[in-house]
Design a protein around this ligand. Structure first.
Ligand SMILES: *Cc1c(COP(=O)(O)O)cnc(C)c1O
Length: 391
C-alpha cells in the first residue's frame, strides 16, 4: 500500500501542470522584470500575465494583486501595512481562531500598544455578527476575520461582516478596513472579493496545489497601506525585491486549475470526507466531531478520539503509512491544547485527542477504506494503555 496523505490543510502536492508551467522561468526566461531589455520584458510579461490571471480568478483588478513570499507574509503586509499607514494608535479586531500568521501579528501589535478585541466563536467555530457589531469602536481601523479555519474548517460569515462594516463606514469619516485570510478557501470554494466585500485578502499557493513559498495579497484600490519592508518599487511599491517569476506563474496556474475543477474536486472530496466520517462513527465509540459540516468547508474533518493523545494516534497512523495532523501543523510538537478547539469550548482532554484529517482531490475512496481498516484497532490499542479509559 502506498502512503496515504490526509494532511492537505498543511500543504498539498504541487500539480504537475503547475510545475510544468514554472519550468521555463528557471532557465529559458530568466530576465529581471525590472530590466528594460528583451530579457527583462519577457519576464515582466510572464509576471503581469500571472497577475492578470490571479486577479481575474478572484474578481479583482490586476493592479490590486501583489505577489508575496507566502500566506504569512500576505497577512503581515495586510495587518502591519494598514496600521503603519494610519500612523497612530488605534483599535483592531480579530478572531480567537485565526492562524498564527494573523494571531501573532495582532499579539505583536498589542505589545506595541494597540488595543485588540478577539472575537469569540461558538461550538462550531463560527463568530457572532452581533459581537462583531458591538466590538467596533470609534477608533477601530482594521477587522480581520479568516474565511475558513485551518483546524476545523469552520466558514465565517464574511459577506455579512463586510455589510456591517460598510454600513458603519458610510456613517463615519475614517474607514474601517476588512481583511480576510482566505488561505484555506482559495481554490476550494468561490473566493470573489466583490461579493465577499473585503478590502484585503491573503492567499497561499501551496494550499491549492501550487508551490510552497509564494502567496498573493489582494489590496482593494484606495486602501491606505504602507510597505513593511523597504527596497525597490516592485509589486506596486508594496513588496520590494526581485520578483519570483516562476513561483508567481506557478501560483496563477495552480489557482486556475483549482478554480476550473472546483465543482468536480469539491464533490469528490465531500464523498471522501463523508465516507471517513460515517465509517469512524460506525466503528469507533467515544469520539466527538469538532465543528459542524453544515458550517464548514468540506476538506477538513476534525475528530476527538476521547481518552487518547492525538500525538500518539498521529505517530501510530504514521507507522501505518497514513499522514494526518493534530490541529495545526504549526502547533504540533507543543502539548498546549489548540487555541481553536479551546475557543470552541472543547474540553481540554478531548482537545488533546483531536486529529485533523484533511483531504485533497488526489485522495481516493480506496485510501479511506484502508484508513477505516486500520484506525479502529489503533484507537483500541491506545485506549487499552490509557489510564483515562475505563471500559
Ligand atoms: C497555511 C496557512 C497560512 C500560512 O501560509 P504560508 O504560505 O504557509 O505562510 C495562513 N493562514 C492560514 C489559514 C493557513 O492555513
Amino acid at each position: 500500500m502506498n502512503k496515504i496523505y490526509l494532511d492537505n490543510s498543511a500543504t498539498t502536492i504541487t500539480d504537475e501542470a503547475a510545475v510544468k508551467a514554472m519550468l521555463p522561468y528557471f532557465s529559458d526566461i530568466y530576465g529581471n522584470p525590472s530590466s528594460f531589455h528583451s530579457f527583462g520584458r519577457q519576464a515582466k510579461k510572464a509576471l503581469e500575465d500571472a497577475r492578470i490571471k490571479t486577479a481575474r480568478l478572484i474578481n479583482a483588478k490586476a493592479d490590486e494583486i501583489i505577489f508575496t513570499a507566502c500566506g504569512t507574509e500576505s497577512d503581515n503586509i495586510a495587518i502591519f501595512g494598514t496600521v503603519n499607514a494610519f500612523g497612530k494608535k488605534c483599535h483592531l479586531i480579530a478572531t480567537k481562531i485565526e492562524h498564527h500568521a494573523v494571531l501573532y501579528s495582532f499579539k505583536e501589535l498589542e505589545k506595541r500598544g494597540f488595543a485588540v478585541t478577539y472575537l469569540s466563536v461558538d461550538k462550531n467555530g463560527v463568530i457572532s455578527l452581533d459581537e462583531l457589531k458591538k466590538s467596533i469602536r470609534e477608533d477601530t481601523l482594521l477587522v480581520s476575520i479568516m474565511h475558513a479555519n485551518n483546524e476545523v474548517g469552520s466558514l465565517q460569515p464574511i459577506e455579512k461582516a463586510a455589510k456591517i462594516i460598510s454600513v458603519l463606514n458610510k456613517e463615519r469619516r475614517d474607514k474601517i478596513y476588512f481583511h480576510t485570510d482566505a488561505v484555506q478557501t482559495s481554490g476550494k470554494i468561490s473566493v470573489n472579493v466583490q461579493t465577499l466585500g473585503v478590502d484585503l485578502l491573503a492567499m497561499s499557493a501551496h494550499k491549492f496545489n501550487g508551490p510552497k513559498g509564494v502567496g498573493a495579497l489582494y489590496i482593494r484600490s484606495g486602501v491606505n497601506i504602507s510597505p513593511i519592508i523597504f527596497g525597490g518599487h516592485h509589486e506596486n511599491n508594496m513588496r520590494p525585491g526581485t520578483e519570483n517569476i516562476a513561483y508567481a506563474v506557478g501560483l496563477a496556474k495552480a489557482l486556475e486549475l483549482s478554480v476550473d475543477s472546483m465543482a468536480q474536486n469539491s464533490q469528490k472530496i465531500k464523498i471522501i470526507k463523508e465516507k471517513l466520517q460515517d465509517g469512524i462513527i460506525k466503528r469507533i465509540p467515544d469520539i466527538t466531531i469538532n465543528g459542524n459540516s453544515e458550517t464548514s468547508i468540506s476538506n477538513v474533518l476534525n475528530i476527538s478520539f476521547n481518552y487518547i493523545e492525538g500525538e500518539s494516534l498521529l505517530a501510530k497512523l504514521d507507522m501505518a503509512g497514513i499522514a494526518v495532523s493534530t490541529g495545526s501543523a504549526c502547533a504540533s510538537g507543543s502539548s498546549e491544547p489548540s487555541h481553536v478547539l479551546s475557543a470552541m469550548g472543547i474540553d481540554p482532554i478531548a482537545a488533546q485527542g483531536a486529529i485533523r484529517f484533511s483531504f485533497g482531490h488526489h485522495n481516493t475512496e480506496e485510501e479511506i477504506d484502508y484508513v477505516l481498516d486500520v484506525l479502529p484497532k489503533i484507537v483500541e490499542d491506545l485506549r487499552k494503555m490509557s489510564p483515562l479509559y475505563k471500559r
